[in-house]
Ligand binder design. Structure first.
Ligand SMILES: C[S@@+](CC[C@H](N)C(=O)[O-])C[C@H]1O[C@@H](n2cnc3c(N)ncnc32)[C@H](O)[C@@H]1O
Length: 240
C-alpha cells in the first residue's frame, strides 16, 4: 500500500511556523515517518515546556522517527537523546540533527527495554497509535495493536522509572486510541495527566482505509472522518 505521507501538511507547516525557531530541515527518507501534524504538536509542546526552564534539561524522545521534536528540544539548549528501534530512523535523527547544527544522541533501542543512565527531566513521545487488525501490512510507524495502545501502554508503564522526581511526560496520540484509557493508566502508575493541546483533522490514508473496521469495533462512529490528535502532559501525582 502506498501511503500519502503529506497528511495535514498545511496544518503541520502552520503549527511549526508559530514556533520561535526556523523549521528544521528534515530530509525525507524511505521508512522514516516524516514530520506530520502529530510531530508538530509534539514539537510545540516540547518548546513550550522547555521555554524558561533551567538550561541543560535532559530530554528523551522515544519513538523519535525523523527526530524533529528532538531537534527543537536541542535548539532550546536541552541535552537530548532520541530513541527509535529502526536503524533508518536512528540514521535520520543523526543526519537531521547534524544538518541543523545541534547535538542529539541517537540510540537504536526498543521502548520496552531502553533505560536512561540517569532520570530524565522531560520524556516525550509520538508513538504508533493507530488501531490495527493483526493481519495488516507493515505499518511499524503507526500500527499499535487492536486498541492502538500497544506502545503507549509500555511508555506509560515505564515512565515512572525513567522520569526524575519533578519530571514531565508528554505524549501525542489520537483520541481513537482512547484518551480516558491513557489518562487512567497514567493514574494507575502514579502520574496525573491531562490534555494540554489538540488538533482536529481529517483521517489520513491509513485510518481512512481502516474506517470500516474501526467502526465495527466501536472505536469510531460509522461515517466518522475526523479524529482529535491530543497532547497529554503528565507529572507524578504527588507533584501536582
Ligand atoms: C508515529 S512515528 C513518530 C515519529 C516522530 N516522533 C514524529 O513525531 O514525527 C513512530 C515511531 O516509533 C517507532 N517505533 C515503533 N515501535 C517502536 C518501539 N517498540 N520502540 C522504539 N521505537 C518504535 C517507529 O520506528 C517510528 O519511527
Amino acid at each position: 500500500m502506498i501511503v500519502d505521507w503529506a497528511v495535514g501538511e498545511e496544518m503541520t507547516s502552520r503549527i511549526l511556523a508559530e514556533l520561535p525557531y526556523s523549521r528544521p530541515d528534515v530530509i525525507d527518507r524511505p521508512g522514516v515517518y516524516p514530520p506530520s501534524v502529530d510531530s508538530a504538536l509534539l514539537s510545540r509542546a516540547v518548546v513550550g515546556e522547555l521555554k524558561g526552564a533551567p538550561p541543560n534539561q535532559s530530554v528523551v524522545e522515544l519513538c523519535a522517527g525523523s527526530g524533529i521534536a528532538s531537534i527543537y528540544a536541542a535548539l532550546t539548549g536541552a541535552v537530548v537523546c532520541a530513541v527509535d528501534d529502526r536503524a533508518e530512523a536512528v540514521r535520520a535523527v543523526a543526519a537531521n540533527a547534524a544538518a541543523n547544527g545541534v547535538d542529539v544522541v541517537a540510540v537504536q533501542a526498543d521502548v520496552r527495554v531502553w533505560m536512561p543512565v540517569q532520570p530524565v527531566d522531560l520524556l516525550v513521545a509520538n508513538p504508533p497509535y493507530v488501531p490495527a487488525p493483526h493481519d495488516t501490512l507493515d505499518g511499524h510507524a503507526w500500527d499499535a495493536g487492536p486498541d492502538g495502545r500497544a506502545v503507549l501502554n509500555v511508555i506509560v508503564d515505564r515512565a515512572p522509572e525513567i522520569l526524575s522526581a519533578e519530571g514531565v511526560l508528554l505524549l501525542v496520540f489520537s483520541d481513537i486510541a482512547g484518551v480516558a484509557e491513557v489518562v487512567d493508566r497514567l493514574a494507575t502508575n502514579g502520574l496525573a495527566g491531562s490534555v494540554v493541546d489538540e488538533a482536529r483533522l481529517q483521517f489520513g490514508p491509513v485510518t481512512s482505509e481502516r474506517a470500516g473496521w474501526l467502526a465495527e469495533r466501536g472505536l469510531i462512529e460509522p461515517g466518522q472522518t475526523e479524529e482529535r490528535v491530543v497532547v497529554v502532559r503528565a507529572v507524578r501525582a504527588a507533584a501536582v
